[in-house]
Write a protein that binds this ligand. Structure first.
Ligand code: FMN
Length: 135
């Protein structure tokens, strides 16, 4: 397996955030990623998504292309895609995290903006943030 890690950021499309929509996304992610042997984390906050997908290069590419066409989000931007030595999220088909005020210190630690805006984050900081959220 050519293990790779892809990180992208996007913006939620609907006018109002709906936790049901997030659980639908979570449900299909867990189902499909298990089959494709993908692992990762999906972070939602302030209308932005930040997601990390790890696994075989072809499977990560295929899944990313499907996700990027999903009308539930827009401004889908790849922050990085790199070969990886090991998985950082090996315990999760897709861990879903909704940011709350309790995460504000973490956001400040890894961002240059006070509000969560992954489009403006360095990819290394975005990975460190996701690692801090995996507990
Ligand atoms: C922000 C976001 C993250 C997503 N992450 C995944 C994912 O990790 N894996 C996946 O299979 N689908 C993911 N999806 C859903 C896909 O875009 C697509 O709807 C789904 O894979 C279709 O498969 P299904 O018909 O089996 O539900 C995501 C969608 C959004 C909006």
């Amino acid at each position: 397996m050519n293990l790779v890690r892809l990180i992208y950021a996007s913006r939620f499309c609907e006018s109002k955030f709906d936790t049901k929509e997030l659980s639908r996304i979570n449900h299909s992610s867990q189902k499909n990623n298990k089959i494709s042997e993908l692992t990762g984390i999906l972070v939602f906050g302030d209308d932005f998504f930040l997601q990390c997908l790890e696994g075989d290069r072809e499977e990560v590419s295929k899944t990313y292309h499907r996700i990027s066409q999903d009308p539930r989000h827009e401004s889908v931007v790849i922050l990085s895609m790199e070969d990886a030595i090991r998985r950082e999220f090996s315990e999760w088909d897709m861990k879903c995290v909704i940011l709350t005020e309790a995460n504000n210190n973490l956001i400040r630690e890894f961002s240059t903006t006070s509000k969560f805006n992954p489009h403006k984050m360095h990819h290394k900081n975005s990975l460190e943030l996701m690692k801090a959220l995996r507990k």
